[in-house]
Design a protein around this ligand. Structure first.
Ligand code: MN
Length: 198
C-alpha cells in the first residue's frame, strides 16, 4: 500500500501551504517532518476563529505530519457525546507548538491556544483506519485519556459536500466522565501537564 497517497490524498501539506502566507502569519511553514523518537504526539488546539467560530482542532502525529480534524463542539469524555469532526488538511509537525494570533485576512484568522497535548497509540492499523473510515486509538493527555474512535460519516448522496465529516467518540473505559464536555474538562484541569521529554 502506498501510505503517503492514502494518508495525504486531498489533505496534503501542499494544501496547508497553499492556504497561508508565511510572510504574514506566524504559523510554521512546512518543515522537516520528524521528531526524535518516542511515542507519536497528539495535540488539541482551541481555535477562536473569526469566520468559522470557536472549534477545537484535534491532531494526531503520523508519518511526519499531523492528521487533523476540526471538532465544532470540542472533544468530550462522555461516550454519549458524538462530536462532529471535519477532516481537514494535514498540518506540519511544528504546528503542534503553535499558539497565538493568526492575523486578519489570513486563513483561520483568530486565536489559537493549546488545549491538550500528550501521546497517542493506535489500537488498529492507522493507515487502514484513515482509509476505511474507522480509526481506533488511545490518548494519554491531561484532559483526554483512554480509548476513542473516529468514524467517517457517509456523504449524503443527494448533496455535494466539500467536507469529509467524521464523528469523534469516547469509548467505554475507566476514563469515561459522564457530562465531561470540553468546558467541564477545562475547568477540572485548568493547566496542562508539561509534556514528557522525548
Ligand atoms: Mn482551526
Amino acid at each position: 500500500m502506498d501510505r503517503s497517497a492514502t494518508s495525504r490524498q486531498g489533505t496534503s501539506i501542499g494544501a496547508y501551504q497553499a492556504k497561508r502566507d508565511f510572510t504574514t502569519t506566524s504559523e510554521p511553514p512546512p518543515g522537516h517532518g520528524k521528531h526524535a523518537g518516542g511515542s507519536p504526539m497528539f495535540v488539541v488546539q482551541k481555535h477562536r476563529a473569526h469566520r468559522a467560530g470557536l472549534h477545537w482542532d484535534f491532531r494526531l502525529e503520523h508519518d511526519g505530519v499531523l492528521w487533523s480534524w476540526a471538532v465544532r463542539r470540542g472533544p468530550s469524555m462522555d461516550p454519549a457525546d458524538k462530536r462532529l469532526a471535519a477532516h481537514v488538511e494535514d498540518h506540519p509537525i511544528d504546528y503542534a507548538e503553535f499558539q497565538g494570533h493568526i492575523p486578519e485576512g489570513q486563513y483561520g484568522a483568530g486565536d489559537v491556544e493549546t488545549w491538550d497535548r500528550g501521546t497517542w497509540e493506535p489500537v488498529t492499523d492507522p493507515d487502514a483506519g484513515l482509509r476505511d473510515g474507522e480509526l481506533k486509538f488511545r490518548l494519554h493527555g491531561t484532559r483526554l485519556n483512554g480509548g476513542f474512535v473516529l468514524v467517517r460519516l457517509r456523504p449524503r448522496s443527494n448533496r455535494q459536500s466539500e467536507q469529509d465529516n467524521w464523528l469523534l467518540i469516547k469509548e467505554h473505559d475507566r476514563f469515561v466522565q459522564a457530562g465531561g464536555d470540553a468546558d467541564v474538562l477545562e475547568a477540572a484541569a485548568p493547566t496542562l501537564k508539561t509534556p514528557a521529554k522525548r
